[in-house]
Design a protein around this ligand. Structure first.
Ligand SMILES: Nc1ncnc2c1ncn2[C@@H]1O[C@H](COP(=O)(O)OP(=O)(O)OP(=O)(O)O)[C@@H](O)[C@H]1O
Ligand SMILES: [Mg+2]
Length: 258
């Protein structure tokens, strides 16, 4: 079971779009996937077509021990894709667990219960835009990390801070955590700034950057309002094809084979 977090403390960089689309594409490639929504905004949840009224238990209930993870998981209508949904209640979890013992490893312990049942090949975690306890729980539980980056001013500054957090988490809690890759999102090669930031990024983090970049594409912004991942909303659109090739890079980097 490969657990991959999509994290970047910067808001609006494409974490949810990437997590939802890659999770669903992994499903179409025959992998059994659990998407975990750890953002109180619940965009990943609605992005895979789950409505609020269909949610009995959420990732919040699971983390604070109100229910078993299996009671909270919902099967989506998309191939091989289930979701652990999030609701606004998750916003309170940050404080509730802040002073508890082992506060950073709740999610790891919960996912360990699933590990030996061999139900899921991949667990994809959509993190909130902060480096608080929820994101730390995700990183402590993960084997891999995908960092979505928008090539604009200050993108690299935020990345340095994130890298320091990752280093600290590796040293203290999770030596197995690796960076699966840095994913360039909403890219526009014709913008000089984008290209400049990309070449900086490749200079410092060379092989970490996925070969496939994600372009800015209208369909990627539209699909969530229909509750559909891009593969189902517009299978042959540019955004869909680009995310398909990123998903394959992720399989290759994670499993060593395609
Ligand atoms: N490649 C793209 N082309 C066009 N629009 C995009 C693309 N990627 C993301 N978007 C849009 O940009 C906005 C931010 O994307 P998204 O919600 O995925 O970012 P996020 O990092 O999860 O944000 P937050 O930090 O708030 O959770 C959304 O409205 C999304 O639909
Ligand atoms: Mg998001």
């Amino acid at each position: 079971m490969h657990i991959i977090s999509f994290a970047n403390q910067k808001g609006g960089v494409g974490k949810t779009t990437s997590a939802v689309n890659i999770a669903s594409i992994l499903g179409t490639l025959g992998k059994s996937v659990l998407l975990i929504d750890l953002d109180p905004q619940g965009s990943a949840t609605s992005g895979v077509g789950i409505q609020k009224k269909a949610i009995k238990y959420s990732s919040y209930d699971v983390i604070v021990g109100k229910c078993n993870i299996k009671e909270a998981i919902i099967q989506t209508t998309f191939k091989n894709l289930s979701v652990l949904p999030a609701t606004m209640s998750l916003a309170g979890a940050e404080l509730e667990i802040a002073f508890q013992d082992k506060r950073e490893s709740y999610l790891r312990d919960i996912l360990n219960e699933l590990r030996y049942e061999f139900i899921y090949d991949y667990v994809i975690i959509d993190c909130p835009p902060s480096l608080g306890m929820i994101t730390i729980n995700a990183l402590v539980a993960s084997s891999g990390l995908v960092i979505p980056i928008q090539c604009e001013y200050f993108a690299l500054e935020g990345l340095t801070q994130l890298m320091m957090t990752i280093k600290a988490i590796k040293a203290r809690y999770n030596p197995n955590l690796i960076i699966t890759g840095i994913l360039v999102t909403m890219f526009n090669a014709r913008q000089r700034l984008s290209s400049q930031v990309l070449s900086e990024l490749e200079k410092y983090y060379s092989t970490l950057v996925f070969d496939q970049k994600i372009s800015r594409a209208v369909a990627l912004g539209e699909a969530p309002s229909f509750g559909e991942p891009i593969f189902y909303y517009s299978k042959y659109s540019k955004g869909s094809l680009e995310y398909q090739s990123v998903a394959k890079e992720i399989i290759l980097r994670t499993e060593g084979i395609l």
